[in-house]
Design a protein around this ligand. Structure first.
Ligand code: C2E
Ligand code: MG
Ligand code: MG
Ligand code: MG
Length: 292
């Protein structure tokens, strides 16, 4: 049934498919060993009080130093980690590592700083999550108020009743809950009202082309008003320009995050970018635990 002219194209496609399938299988095997081989690292990106500091928190973003493929970002391996269930073990590693780093920063005198960890749907659906969070905090003698858990709208919506229960138990522990990529999913306002969340992160999609008088401005304004009503902090992500920074601050956004304020980087090289005031926000000293 393969047409004559299409044959080469088909063969080519088939070869590419095989290569892709092979790559995925290989990555999956490599993923299993990645923790023991110390191939994961966390990079940290600052959340800065609008408009230009100080730094109020750090978000941990997972990276995989793959021996052949180099530094991989989460898009490349998270789906695989989720479908294989390995995200549970990886997620626990992330929690532990982020708490450890937070402890280092605390000891360096950054006592108001918080650390944010992203959670996947799979983790939120696992009954052990609450206990893992509690254990990670205890292990590093960290007060729960220093930890923020970021969940995306769609993550929280997954299995609504189940995740409500987990989120309520997490909230009862004293950690903060942040709704990531807000506005990109389908959460109803009723649902949002019921969530025990402390922070809304406006999706980068509304920040990218943000201009005075634009629809995006109207949306951002509305989200900030919603945050006020629901008593949540509002953070904008993906801030790349001075114009976005100024407008977001003027609209009443509490915190800003984005390349303009600081790129995600390894903790030992963390120097925060120029925040727009002509001086740098400040560097955080190297942690003592760096895995080699
Ligand atoms: P996210 O939590 O919404 O993180 C923001 C993403 O935008 C990050 O991509 C960050 O590097 C990038 N970013 C930050 N500022 C800017 C900017 O100004 N411009 C642009 N264009 N991009 C910016 P990254 O690190 O590739 O992470 C992608 C997603 O992977 C995250 O989105 C998060 O959902 C997920 N993720 C990252 N680390 C973890 C983790 O440890 N566990 C889980 N479950 N998910 C994670
Ligand atoms: Mg996030
Ligand atoms: Mg986000
Ligand atoms: Mg995202």
């Amino acid at each position: 049934h393969v047409k004559k002219q299409g044959r080469n194209g088909y063969r080519f496609f088939e070869r590419r498919m095989n290569a892709e399938v092979h790559l995925q299988m290989q990555l999956k095997q490599d993923l299993r060993r990645a923790i023991q081989r110390h191939e994961f690292v966390l990079h940290y990106q600052p959340k800065v009080k609008a408009p230009d500091g100080p730094v109020s928190g750090m978000e941990a973003l997972l990276r995989w130093h793959h021996p052949q493929h180099g530094l991989l970002s989460p898009d490349r391996f998270l789906p695989l980690a989720e479908s294989s269930g390995m995200i549970i073990e990886i997620g626990n590693w992330v929690l532990d590592q982020a708490c450890r780093q937070m402890k280092v920063w605390s000891e360096l005198g950054h006592e108001e700083l918080t650390v944010a960890v992203n959670l996947s749907t799979v983790q939120l659906g696992s009954s052990s999550l609450v206990n893992e969070v509690r254990l990670a905090l205890e292990r590093h003698a960290l007060p729960p108020s220093r930890l923020v858990l970021e969940i995306t709208e769609s993550t929280a919506m997954g299995d609504a009743e189940e995740s409500f229960s987990v989120l309520n138990r997490l909230s009862a522990l004293g950690v903060s809950i942040s709704i990531d990529d807000f506005g990109s999913g389908y959460s109803s306002l009723l649902y949002l009202k019921r969530l025990p969340a402390n922070e809304l992160k406006i999706d980068r999609g509304f920040v990218r082309e943000l201009k005075r008088g634009s629809d995006d401005e109207a949306i951002v304004r509305a989200v900030i008003a919603l945050g006020k009503t629901l008593n949540m902090k509002v953070v904008a992500e993906g801030v790349e320009t001075r114009e976005q920074q100024a407008l977001l601050a003027e609209l009443g956004c509490h915190s800003l995050q984005g390349y303009l304020l600081g790129r995600p980087s390894a903790p030992e090289t963390l120097v925060l970018g120029n925040s727009g005031s002509g001086e740098s926000v400040g560097a955080l000293a190297a942690p003592s635990h760096t895995v080699t």
